[in-house]
Design a protein around this ligand. Structure first.
Ligand code: FAD
Length: 320
């Protein structure tokens, strides 16, 4: 399967907690792209080249490619042609540059999570549609604070901390990952990134409402407000160890992750009152459509995404 042989080659990485990608999880997408369209990433098939060298974006969607990757295109409708079980294919409608396009597909993997899949797939069976109503997803803010040094943390003797009251619940710096010539030093007087995790749970509200209310807070709070709260939290935690905001902070990047983590209620993982488990229903294909996404694991991370993706890809290929 394209991309996966390379992934199998990194089996030790898969079983390791020692991964922290400087550019986020794009290392995985880069492996897939290199396998599908080799010349779309400069260099050869060494992981260091795949990870560090330039992506040649025009090469992703050339007419001569066996596989074409279309950027900035949002799928708005996926429809089975004929009876799902016996139909010969699918119609996929996507929007790009304010225009709608339709293409034919033999099978489809929906890998974009419950919030979109339930709206985009036309004629979803009642069991699938009902199962998706049991996915309640909460938001998270991941704030990356670029710091000129982490001497203040070093003085305290730690690289990560958690707290019960205040803004967010934890922050950490991580050992940088060395890939090829990319070898940033881990030294208290050198720059690094301090990552904050901020949840928006709303105790006391029904599970159905908590995610929506949290998203409103996450999206309705200005950058300046978040900045001031992050700096305030850092002062509270680190001032006594010599932290000076103006000197030590170089910049702050906010990642507003609106649909971050499933809140698994009773019945999500295991059957409750004899009812089928929602994620097991979604894992069954609907005609030629298979369903992936890390949400099905109940905890969104890259291993879950890969596991669900491999399973769904095999189901999609089997329906050819
Ligand atoms: C800030 C941040 C930090 C994270 N840190 C870590 C970490 O350190 N370790 C870790 O393991 N995980 C981390 N994660 C989580 C990890 O990125 C996700 O769990 C993983 O990417 C989920 O993969 P997926 O394939 O299931 O879905 P996604 O990665 O969400 O992929 C879904 C894809 O579908 C596309 N899409 C959506 N709608 C449409 C549409 N209508 N038409 C076409 N395409 C569409 C999206 O553009 C996206 O590319 C982090 C996530 C964030 C946001």
């Amino acid at each position: 399967m394209p991309g996966f042989p390379e992934f199998q080659g990194h089996r030790s990485l898969r079983n390791s907690h020692w991964h922290s990608f400087p550019g986020g999880n794009d290392g995985f997408s880069r492996c897939f792209i290199k396998a599908l369209i080799p010349d779309a990433i400069e260099g050869n098939k060494r992981f260091a080249d795949i990870h560090n060298r330039r992506v040649l974006f025009p090469a992703l969607d050339r007419e001569s490619n066996k596989v074409r990757l279309r950027l900035s295109a949002s799928v708005v409708r996926v429809e089975q042609e004929g009876v799902p079980e016996t139909g010969r294919g699918l119609s996929v409608v996507y929007r790009k540059d304010s225009k709608l396009y339709r293409l034919k597909a033999r099978s489809v993997v929906m890998a974009c999570g419950s919030r979109l899949t339930r709206k985009v797939v036309s004629g979803l069976p009642a069991a699938h549609a009902d199962a998706y109503t049991h996915f309640h997803v909460c938001p998270i803010l991941v704030a990356n604070v670029a710091i000129t040094n982490w001497r203040f943390l070093y003085r305290l003797g730690f690289t990560a901390c958690k707290w019960a009251d205040g803004f967010g619940f934890g922050c950490n710096i991580r050992k940088p990952m060395y890939v090829g010539n990319y070898r940033p030093p881990l030294h208290p007087d050198k720059p690094t990134v301090l990552t904050f995790y901020v949840s928006f749970h709303q105790p006391g509200l029904p599970i159905e409402e908590q995610g929506e209310r949290g998203r409103k807070k996450l999206l309705g709070t200005s950058y300046a407000e978040f900045e001031s709260r992050i700096v305030g939290q850092m002062k509270q935690l680190f001032s006594e160890a010599g932290f000076i905001a103006d000197k030590d902070i170089a910049g702050i990047i906010l990642n507003r992750w609106t649909y971050a983590y499933v809140n698994p209620q009773p019945g999500f993982y295991f059957s409750k009152d004899g009812l089928p488990v929602p994620r097991d229903i979604i894992r069954k294909p609907f005609g030629r459509i298979a369903f992936a996404h890390a949400e099905l694991n109940g905890h969104q991370h890259w291993v879950a995404a890969v596991d669900e993706g491999i399973r769904a890809s095999k189901q999609a290929l089997a329906s050819f």
